[in-house]
Ligand binder design. Structure first.
Ligand code: ZN
Length: 97
């Protein structure tokens, strides 16, 4: 049986967390890990997302290389100062309107 007491509370605002699914992203030792459709608890009030201990443990396992990836994707990596400089260059040369 599940009761209201079983429902986890948001650590930020205390509202009841709702079961949802989210994308988890992590960068570990220069490698980017993306896990789609991770079961998560989301606060409908402030948007805080929490993972259960079991899910968090599995995510740790995945980023440690303990699971086979479904597919690979391209990651675009930016250094903030270089991205800023190149974005200003792009907007100066652009005559879109
Ligand atoms: Zn909250």
């Amino acid at each position: 049986m599940t009761s209201v007491e079983d429902q986890q509370r948001c650590p930020m605002c205390g509202a009841g967390l709702e079961q949802t699914a989210t994308d988890f992203l992590a960068q570990v030792k220069g490698r980017v890990f993306v896990v789609n459709e991770v079961p998560a608890l989301e606060c409908p009030h402030c948007g805080h997302v929490d993972f259960s201990q079991e899910v968090a443990r599995t995510l740790e396992l995945i980023v440690a290389g303990g699971a086979a990836p479904s597919r690979r994707t391209e990651a675009l990596v930016y250094s903030w100062s270089e991205a800023l400089a190149s974005s200003q260059k792009v907007s100066k040369t652009g005559h879109a309107h």
